[in-house]
Ligand binder design. Structure first.
Ligand SMILES: [Zn+2]
Length: 578
């Protein structure tokens, strides 16, 4: 019974609330959940929460048999604000144009800037199993879909101005102040990333339409230069004649009742769309939720002007990252969902969003922490299989691995990510060697085809290739370290002899684990089942360092049994001095 999952986690609780609210507001109609994304540049991993939060809630609602739609609004009619790092500075000439009117970055196969950056997100959402209906704001505005709402907002501009005025604070600059305040809670690195992420969320554009010539909640894109460097100078309610002047010197008078080349300012645009689409649930980032912010002001405008209601809108906390290697970021340090999906499977990424309440921040690991995360995931999967997982954990797992309509691909034989990473590190991704090592891993269940460990293997290989720093890579010695071998005492020589002699009989991950821990016990005259004592641990550690030094010239490396399997018995014996 799907209903059994009810109220065990935050997703269920929101689903309860949203269903009840939707039935009250619009009985018999589908539930509407919404997200907004601005394709002003690469859409960052931080912005994925904007989609995952309503996705998970909408999916729960769908699982319960209700009709529900998840709208993803592409804010592609927003102005192009700045040229991101790495793009030809000459793109600055397009600042002020709608994102769909800016040429795509050089070499792109897409017709414009917005389509180029949407495409990567569309691919990632498909891989994540997110079921949504995309709405291009360029299409909506330029087709005249919002004409009545625009005329209404212009007619009611005095009331809108009065509402905005309740939140305007004298002496404090409008705009990024709210976002900066929220960011103060973050550490410096996170704050920089949060600012980057906020760039794409509409929050950076806090122009509320106030100008010297009076208040107008609408901004035309100039007929001559295509930019929004325009000021409305006159508007006639009776005829809808609108006159604007542009910074480029152009001026014209248009009939707003027939004019489709402009948009409502952000603080009016957002509540207009809540009413237009009948949105019941839409979360917002910290930068939207402070007093005077667009979410709060929008809550007033949607009811007083557009006759709608504000959606249930939890504030979601920032999603950070750990250890993203600069070289693999699509834009100097801030990763996209595609970057994350290159190193981890889709269910893992879904799991991180499902298991944390929206107001809890968390970090997506690009460093070695990803190995621990995968261990945690594998342990959870084992508990699920054994039927011993707590209800909340089981629910998060279920949301991570499937939706109401699709089950996400799973690696058939989920060998530990850290093992796969070590193998990828040692073999540098060589398929034949990888299969040889994997086939020796567990004699009870040998891997016979790399397809059994994919896609996890591919993710681990990409992680090693893109995230493991060169100094952390493992390079197996090509020649024995003669100097070190010559310096060994009898006891060290004997321990190496015991190891070499035991390789063939113990050639599996488990067998070699027992062997490498067992040699120091034997050297100390202890039986194989001896519990580790502090002295024994010291002896084991120095034995391991000796082997690492002889095999790879470092004190540490991949887990020793994995390393031994990877290097191969013959080569081990050669490097350990025969
Ligand atoms: Zn112009």
């Amino acid at each position: 019974m799907v209903e059994a999952a009810a109220a065990v986690d935050w997703v269920s609780r929101f689903a309860d609330e949203v269903i009840a609210e939707a039935q009250r507001r619009s009985p018999g109609k589908p539930v509407v959940c919404a997200s907004g994304l601005s394709p002003s540049g690469p859409i960052h991993l931080g912005n994925l929460r904007e989609v995952m939060t309503p996705h998970l809630v909408a999916d729960e609602i769908r699982r319960r048999g209700h009709e529900v739609v998840h709208l993803v609004s592409w804010d592609d009619y927003d102005r192009f604000r700045k040229v991101p790092a790495g793009v030809d500075p000459s793109w600055a000439e397009h600042i002020g144009k709608p994102l769909t009117a800016v040429p795509a970055p050089p070499g792109s196969r897409f017709p414009n800037w917005a389509e180029h950056f949407k495409a990567a997100m569309i691919d990632s959402l498909a891989e994540l199993g997110v079921d949504y209906r995309g709405i291009s704001q360029t299409e909506m505005y330029t087709s005249g879909a919002y004409r009545e709402q625009i005329l209404l907002a212009m007619r009611e501009r005095g009331r809108i101005d009065a509402i905005l005025d309740r939140y305007r604070t004298k002496g404090r600059p409008k705009g990024p102040a709210a976002g900066q305040k929220a960011n103060a809670k973050l550490d410096a690195a996170d704050a920089a990333a949060a600012a980057e992420a906020a760039e794409g969320s509409g929050a950076a554009d806090e122009d509320d339409g106030a100008a010297g010539s009076g208040y107008y909640p609408y901004k035309p894109y100039c007929a001559q230069c295509g930019k929004d460097t325009t000021t409305v100078t006159a508007y006639d309610d009776a005829t809808t004649a609108l006159t604007y002047e542009c910074a480029c010197g152009f001026t014209e008078t248009v009939q707003l009742s027939e004019f489709d080349r402009g948009k409502l300012v952000w603080k009016v645009d957002w509540p207009m769309r809540w009413a237009f689409e009948g949105v019941h649930f839409e979360p917002s980032g910290v930068d939207h939720s402070s007093p005077g912010s667009s979410f709060v002001v929008g809550g007033q405008i949607v009811g007083e002007i557009f006759g709608g209601e504000q959606p249930i809108g939890p504030m979601y906390a920032f999603v950070g990252i750990t250890g993203m290697a600069k070289m693999s970021s699509s834009r100097g340090g801030v990763p996209t969902p595609a970057d994350a999906l290159a190193i981890m499977e889709a269910p893992l990424l879904r799991w991180m969003y499902a298991r944390r309440r929206p107001n809890q921040s968390f970090k997506v690991a690009f460093d070695a922490e990803i190995q621990r995360l995968y261990d945690e995931w594998d342990a959870l999967e084992a508990k699920i299989a054994a039927g011993t997982a707590p209800a909340g954990d089981a629910s998060a797992y279920d949301r991570a691995t499937r939706t109401a309509t699709v089950t996400l691909p799973r690696t058939p034989l989920p060998v530990a990510y850290r093992t796969l990473a070590s193998i990828a590190d040692i073999t540098t991704g060589h398929d034949e060697q990888t299969l040889r090592i994997l086939s020796d891993l567990d004699p009870q269940r040998p891997v016979t085809d790399l397809a059994e460990v994919r896609p996890r293997l591919d993710r681990a290989q990409t992680w090693v290739l893109t995230q493991l720093p060169p100094e952390a890579r493992t390079q197996v010695r090509t020649e024995p370290d003669k100097e070190l071998l010559a310096s060994l005492d009898d006891s060290q020589r004997e321990s190496l002899r015991l190891l070499s002699a035991g390789l063939d009989a113990n050639w599996s991950l488990d067998g070699l684990t027992t062997l490498v821990y067992g040699v120091p016990k034997k050297m100390a005259g202890l039986p194989p089942d001896t519990k580790p004592t502090p002295e024994l641990k010291v002896a084991q550690r120095s034995f391991f360092v000796l082997i690492y030094q002889l095999l790879i010239g470092k004190d540490t490396g991949p887990r020793l049994p994995t390393l031994l399997l990877a290097v191969g018995a013959e080569r081990i014996r050669a490097l350990l001095g025969g």
